[in-house]
Each structure stands twice: as structure tokens, then as C-alpha cells.
Design a protein around this ligand. Sequence first.
Ligand code: GLN
Length: 304
Amino acid sequence: MHYQSILDDIVESLRPQLGRHGEVADHIPALARVPAERLGIALRTCEGEEAAAGDAGEPFSIQSVSKLFSLTLAMQYLGDDLWDRIGREPSGDPFNSLVQLEFEQGIPRNPFINAGAIAVADRLTSRGDAAAEVLALLSSLCDEELQVDEEVATSEMDAGYRNLALASLMKDFGKIDNPIPQVLEAYFRQCSIRMDCRQLARAAGYLCRRGKHPYRPDEAVVTDRQARRLNALMLTCGTYDAAGEFAFRVGLPCKSGVGGGIVAVVPDRLSLCVWSPALDENGNSHLGMEALEMFVAKTRLSVF
Ligand code: GLN
């Protein structure tokens, strides 16, 4: 398959729509300044072939895409004990909703809504510096040194009232072990890591390789079974209350973030990342979803 021309075609045909749909996230002030008129897409196959188009080399704030990698670490460390305090069902609610958490006694529906990722950050904090570990894992997976965007991290800490409320509610239910400021700092810093599409497409490579490291095939990042489970969670919960629509239109395990990035996996074939900062009403990249839909239509690569 000629991936490079497929990605070029996708960017060319979506370019006229840049800046026309959706809004850049503004609940984090530092993200509100990112220009909406950007679109990048990159992929890396299991054989190591790469293709990239548009703004694929421009770094952005990975935000909730980081939840995939913190969950990976928590699976490595805790195995099935992780699921004592976190569910595995789609939430059907916005990513930062408080309502369900109260009803369900401080047990988040899944690890990809904010409450779930904060619970994961708490479990990682019990073992060490959670954000530094996510950063180290990502740097190893994409084989490049990465950085936290300190301005975004500070901006999240200053404006993160809703996340503070989620963490406080879970603490009240006895589901958070560590001090809230420490847990939230870890969560905000992992969300503030900067990466570009090429780096994220590479980093997600273990998910299409049954858990094997994208650059070191003898090394398992997670087991085959854990990789399957990560993909299942991405498909059912990775794009929040639009997970059904993503399965319907794209049919690939995906994880989105409010920075406008979406990572997607074609098991046993390739991993890809698309970025466009303007979001739809569910907090997913509007053009990112369009690009993924075009990708599966052109390549016929979908799990369905
Ligand atoms: N840091 C963001 C927040 O807590 C992550 C949300 C997201 O990307 N969906 O609001």
C-alpha cells in the first residue's frame, strides 16, 4: 500500500475545511492560543515503514492521549489489581463529568475519563514520580527525548477546578491514597507533554505489535493479553461519549485528547496519529475524526 500518497490525499482534501468546524479547547487557557488551522497525520507500520503529511512535525499538547501511556504503566506495575478501583465500561458522559462518579461511589467508569486517569495517577504516585515515568516511557517508545510544556502544566493547575472536584470526590470515598495536590500535579504534567504526530505514531507502535516495543522487538512493553485489553478499552472508551460514533465511522481503537490529537491502532498492521486542534462538542478533534474516516475508507483497514 502506498501510505504516503494516501496521507497526502487526506490532508489535501481536508485542507479547505481547516478552521471551519469546531473550537480549540479553552478550559485550559494556554491551549486556547493554539491556532485552529493545523492538520497533521503520521503512521508507522509494524515493519517500520513511515509516512507523514501536513503538520505532522509540529508538536502539540498530548493531553488525554497520555492516559493511554499512564494506563500502560499501571498495567505493568499492578496487573489485574488495577481494576479494584477503576471500571471498564464506556461512560456515555462527558470526559470531565462529576455526576456518575457520585452515583458510583468514587469508582470511575473507565481509565480514560478524567476521573479514571486521576485514579491511575494516584496508583502510579504510590510508586514514584508518575509524570516523570510517563515521560520516560514515551521517550523510550518514540526513541526521542520529550519535554513537558511547563506553561500548559501551570495553566492546568491554575484552572483545573473540575479535576480538583473529581479528585476530592474520589478522596472522600476513600479511593485516592496520596495527597490530592501531588496526584493532580502528576496528572496535569502527563497531560502537558508535547509531541508531534510522528512521535505519537511511533510511540503507539507496541499496540499494533501485541505489546512488543516499537524499536526493540525482543522487549515486551506489555503482554499480548494486556495489549489486546488496551486496544479494547480504546475502542469502547477512548473517545468518551463519542466512542460509539467512532466505532461506527472509523472502527479502530482510538485515544483522543483535547489538544486535538488522536492516536489510532490497526492491530498487527500499523499505528497512526492525527492532529487538528479544533474540537467537536465531545472534545475530540473534528478534522481528526474525518481524517481517520477517510483513512479507513481508502485503505479498508478497520477492525470490522
Ligand atoms: N488535561 C485535560 C483535562 O483534564 C485532559 C482532558 C482531555 O484531553 N480530554 O481537562
